[in-house]
Design a protein around this ligand. Structure first.
Ligand code: CUA
Length: 182
């Protein structure tokens, strides 16, 4: 019998189960259960699983909220593109825009303080990747993702886009500053 031709016994599924076959099915089933329960387990006890929220929004509505924060809390501008660096008060909502091919604005947070970081795209799919922390969030247009975060160390962190978004994807990089509270 070959795999190409029809089986000689067309009722092959009615044959008794071989012991080895049954064992493999049992092992595979148990492993499925292990994998299944590891998902909630890692969500609670893992270190990199974020309980984030997502809400519908529009580029216009999201831009308006971001612009209001930038107008209020910009402390300086950086790079040739004159990207504002925003230092919002501890505990506040912080807005970050992903668009072709830029993160806007730059954000400065204080160590040990909790913030609600909002993320949304103005055009299409981008990926927020915080380095070297390895926090990764897909950033979709028309959705506002919110991550509650508390920086545990100060320094300059890198933000890169980790979803291919076109010709200048590789230049879509930014910084996140974490400073000691004054
Ligand atoms: Cu944005 Cu890749």
């Amino acid at each position: 019998m070959s795999a190409i031709e029809s089986p000689a016994n067309r009722l092959w599924w009615k044959q008794p189960l071989d012991r080895v076959e049954g064992m493999w099915i049992a092992i595979a089933f148990v492993w499925c259960l292990v994998m299944f329960f590891m998902m909630p387990y890692w969500h609670i006890f893992g270190k990199q699983n974020l309980s984030n929220e997502a809400y519908r929004t529009t580029p216009e509505a999201y831009m308006a909220k971001t612009q209001a924060m930038v107008d209020k809390y910009t402390v300086r501008v950086e790079t040739d593109q004159k990207i504002p660096v925003v230092h919002p008060p501890a505990g506040s909502d912080v807005y970050l825009i992903a668009r072709l091919w830029q993160w806007w604005p730059m954000i400065e947070l204080e160590e040990g303080k909790t913030y609600r970081l909002h993320l949304a795209s103005m055009d299409w799919l981008h990926g927020f990747s915080l380095q070297p922390e390895n926090i990764n969030i897909q950033v979709h247009p028309n959705y506002e993702h919110i991550v509650t975060l508390t920086p545990t160390s100060s320094g300059t962190f890198g933000i890169i886009c980790n979803e291919y978004c076109g010709i200048n994807h590789a230049t879509m990089v930014s910084r996140l500053y974490v400073v000691k509270p004054k």
